[in-house]
Design a protein around this ligand. Structure first.
Ligand code: NAD
Length: 460
């Protein structure tokens, strides 16, 4: 039975008509969850391939439980897909913007997708509308979106339509996106428009309460809150990664340090794992944009800068360990890789640390045989440049055949307790580099492996 089958969400107000622009990880989850609450949702994407695969019942990326949500809400005729924004916003009360905001060349967020949507809304809007921005955008974006819509309305000679732009940043995590949307720690709504406050409260009523509050704040604070949250989490990771390097040098064990500080209630246990650096479509780009926002305003955000710097260094830390073990030149060596996605339970390869490590191995002439439970297709596409030396397999044990070492780069649950006897019998040398500290050192060593990890010294 699907996990959320019995998750009964109550609609206190009337069902609304909602448009969601962008059917990526955020947009599709937003659309599916609002539809599941009983609203009528039209999801818009300019990518025709995505829309036609959604229409034929396929989700264009991997996200647990999402397919079930799409299936039952499409069947109930509450969820529809289109490439035409004019159809999407027709008679809608709220339009969510959930398009990409990748880093531009200078590190600043590229807002072209958001601005294109704003222009289209201004071109096609035919009734009062609340535009709620879910994309992660720098301070001042809501004002710019408002201006663009105003210009387009003016060009149409349309002066009477009432609309407002609200900041509604999204905090879901890939891999648990449905759960996070339905059980948010908080919902942030940035606006000073009382009508918008009423509508947004009604929309989120069934997933917010005293413990999961909906916070109303000014637009600027809402826009900053999203960057602040990601920067704070990234800071914890970089701090632990620096401590891990220290542990490696002075003989400590970063896992014990993590437990020791995590039990302090003022600190808490989350986001304290050392590894090969954070990646994904959010932390790296959001840190860069935060630094950029500071710079544009004459403020040197040194902590954000240091967090980013430490992370870039950490992405090659495991590779440095490989070179320390085998020497600088790796030509002719074969490495089995387990895990490519930037974290488990997603197929997202954006800024995945695995790409950096594979690139470095490639540059030193090594051969890589890689396995990932979900990200193989994305990885092949994104690392097409290294096709000559990277081979992808769809079985984790096949990846280690004749390998000089196994590199564990994403902590998928299935990697945590492998059949060590089989592993050893397939490998040329029994050597493991665990970039996520997800194996138990004593166990690994007891099977006769040499074991390298992050901040826990080396074993074997
Ligand atoms: P994504 O790249 O997966 O999806 C964006 C979608 O928008 C794509 O399908 C694209 O085709 C579509 N699009 C682009 N321009 C369009 C246009 N003019 N009209 C219609 N569709 C258009 O992005 P995502 O990961 O869902 O992230 C969206 C935003 O949410 C980003 O700002 C991101 O920083 C933020 N965010 C992401 C996450 C996450 O975990 N992925 C979490 C919180 C916030």
């Amino acid at each position: 039975m699907p996990k959320y089958q019995n998750h009964k969400l109550v609609i206190w107000g009337a069902a609304m008509k909602i448009c969601v622009v962008g059917t990526g990880y955020v947009g599709l989850v937003t659309g599916a969850c609002f539809a599941d609450m009983g609203h009528s949702v039209l999801c818009v994407d300019k990518d025709e391939t995505k829309i036609s695969s959604l229409r034929s019942g396929e989700v264009p990326f991997f996200e647990p439980d999402l397919l079930d949500f799409l299936f039952r809400n499409v069947a109930a005729e509450r969820l529809h897909f289109t490439t035409a924004l004019e159809t999407g916003i027709e008679n809608a009360q709220v339009c969510f913007i959930a398009v990409g905001t990748p880093s531009g060349k200078d590190g600043a967020a590229d807002l072209s997708q958001v601005m294109e949507v704003a222009a289209d809304i201004g071109k096609y809007m035919g009734q009062s509308l609340i535009i709620a921005n879910k994309s992660t955008v720098p301070v001042g974006t809501a004002v710019k979106v408002r201006e663009i819509i105003a210009q387009k309305l003016c060009a149409r000679g349309e002066r009477k339509l009432d609309y407002c732009v609200v900041s509604n940043p999204e905090f879901l995590r890939e891999g648990s996106a449905i759960h996070d949307f339905l059980y948010p720690d908080r919902v942030i709504v940035g606006t000073n428009d009382s009508k918008a406050v009423k509508v947004m409260k009604e929309l989120y009523m069934s997933v917010t309460n005293k413990e999961r509050p909906l916070l109303i704040m000014d637009i600027t604070s809402a826009e900053i809150t999203k960057y602040a949250a990601n920067a704070m989490l990234a800071t914890r990771i970089s701090f632990m990664n620096e401590l891990a390097v220290l542990c490696d040098n002075v003989g400590g064990n970063v896992e014990q340090v993590r437990t020791g500080i995590g039990l302090d209630r003022r600190i808490g246990r989350h986001f304290l794992r050392a590894g090969i650096g954070y990646g994904g479509s959010c932390f790296p780009k959001d840190l860069r944009e935060l630094i950029n926002t500071g710079r544009k305003n004459g403020i040197d955000l040194q902590i954000a800068y240091a967090v980013n710097y430490v992370n870039e260094k950490q992405k090659r830390y495991l590779f440095d360990k490989i070179q320390q073990r085998f020497g600088e030149r790796l030509r002719g060596m074969r490495f089995g890789v387990w895990g490519l996605s930037f974290k488990p339970l997603t197929d997202d390869m954006r800024e995945a640390p695995s790409k950096i490590i594979i690139q470095l191995l490639f540059e030193q002439g090594a051969e890589v045989v890689a396995y990932d439970p979900k990200a193989l297709a994305q990885a092949k596409q994104m690392m097409a440049n290294y096709a000559a030396q990277v081979c992808y397999v769809d079985d984790m044990m096949e990846a280690v055949n004749d390998a000089d070492a196994l590199l564990l780069l994403t902590e998928w649950p299935q990697f945590k307790n492998p059949d060590y006897n089989e592993l050893k019998s397939r490998m040329k040398s029994a050597i493991i580099f665990d970039g996520r500290n997800c194996l138990e050192p004593d166990t690994v060593v007891s099977y006769g492996f040499e074991y390298h990890c992050i901040g826990r010294n080396s074993y074997g």
